[in-house]
Design a binder for this molecule. Structure first.
Ligand SMILES: [Zn+2]
Length: 168
């Protein structure tokens, strides 16, 4: 989101810029940037957030948490569907073209959302290739061995090497 326009980014794992209700009582997500900066400011050098600044759902009063998979019951509502549609529409439009699925630093915590779909799509789309760079893991399924590469290294080093090789 810092580099690419919103319509070209599919945040299917969520986004720390938003809060959601921990009870999923509403499909709404709301701004987290401002409340988090108020919490950080109130913490000062300490580690405690004043109770009145703990984020709460404006509808039911339950605690709020970041709209990011992994904190609890991740809200897969309209915003999630919108993110998913971006990926699906892009794939529909480009499935016959050459595609490089480039996986940078995706770990094994939730492989069902990025890694395994990338593997499956590479296997299904005849013109697709797959490259993964990760400093901890190095998985490459046998089914895509001929069109894939898994590099175990620091992403910054790998991208610097690519840039140097391309002469840019
Ligand atoms: Zn709520």
């Amino acid at each position: 989101m810092k580099i690419y326009p919103w319509e070209k980014v599919a945040e299917i794992q969520g986004d720390h810029r938003f809060f959601q209700c921990s009870r999923c009582c509403t499909d709404e997500v709301w701004d987290a940037i401002e409340p988090v900066s108020r919490m950080v400011e109130a913490m000062g050098d300490g580690l405690e957030v004043p109770t009145e600044l703990v984020p709460r759902c404006p509808h039911c009063g339950a605690e709020a948490f970041p709209w990011v998979r992994g904190y609890g019951n991740f809200l897969q509502g309209e915003l999630y569907e919108e993110q998913y549609r971006k990926v699906s529409n892009w794939l529909d439009a480009h499935a016959r073209q050459r595609i490089l699925f480039l996986e940078l630093g995706v770990g094994r915590m939730t492989p069902a959302f990025i890694q395994e779909p990338f593997w499956a799509l590479t296997a299904q789309l005849p013109q697709a290739s797959y490259v993964a760079v990760n400093n901890k893991t190095q998985f490459l399924p046998r089914a895509i061995e001929d069109r894939g590469l898994a590099v175990r290294a620091d992403i910054a080093d790998v991208l610097a090497d690519v840039r140097k090789t391309l002469g840019r």
